[in-house]
Design a binder for this molecule. Sequence first.
Ligand code: PAF
Length: 282
Amino acid sequence: MEHIVSAAELRAATARWRREGLRIGLVPTMGNLHAGHYSLVRAARERCDRVVASVFVNPTQFGPNEDFARYPRTLDADAAGLEGEGCDLLFAPPVESMYPFGLAAATRVEVGGVTEMLEGAFRPGHFAGVATVVLRLLNLVQPDAALFGRKDYQQLLTIRRLVTDLCLPVEIGEVATMREADGLAMSSRNQYLNVDERPRAANMYATLCRMRDAVLCGDAIDAVEREARAALEQTGFRVDYAAIRRADDLGEAANGQTTGLIGLVAARLGMTRLIDNLAIDG
Ligand code: PAF
């Protein structure tokens, strides 16, 4: 596996593959890789001849009081894991290479609509940071396919919208959320949980399952959301949202609808903010 830090070298490597007629897959990550990330690499392998993974903790997608400084950085272990999964190229650039004019003066991409609610309401500027860095990565690599996890469902919709609106010639692939044995969605942030919080964190997935079952039984949406919030609060979560939305655009769901929906939850346990979601499709 090649390990590259400069944008120019990355462009040269991918241009060479394109000249050879090879299909290129991109897996953008912020590192601290776990089984969920490796499933993205495997999905990219299945679709493409060459796989590029990026590891970049993107400062512009973190708010001023968020965990940018303490976000786990484990590049050596990530490189070993990627090599083991058959990744061809690791791109791990410094901040100056991704934002050559500095963070404040950087060109930013704002995606409308799907970014405005839920995570967008609680993390202002987050999706502009994600869209900006993903567009830069897509332009640098010019992949045939880029892979994202359903765990960050609103991010996935945002990237699909970005690609459609800006007519980017790339296929966006999605990969199912990987879960621990007790249902907790795999996330680099799970390691912030202490020994008391870790078992309680699994209640987030259990709550999503109850939300799905209640909607499928025909319960009113606002009652399902209220009960989910109360159940999470009872186990010590501070809830940002527990919502049932339309899966295609995150618009309000109608009572009685049992297909094409998704339950989404964001809540804090101690210092750790977790998000998760579950499709509801009767
Ligand atoms: O999902 C992530 O890890 C990040 O938001 C991404 C897509 C790599 C952009 O920094």
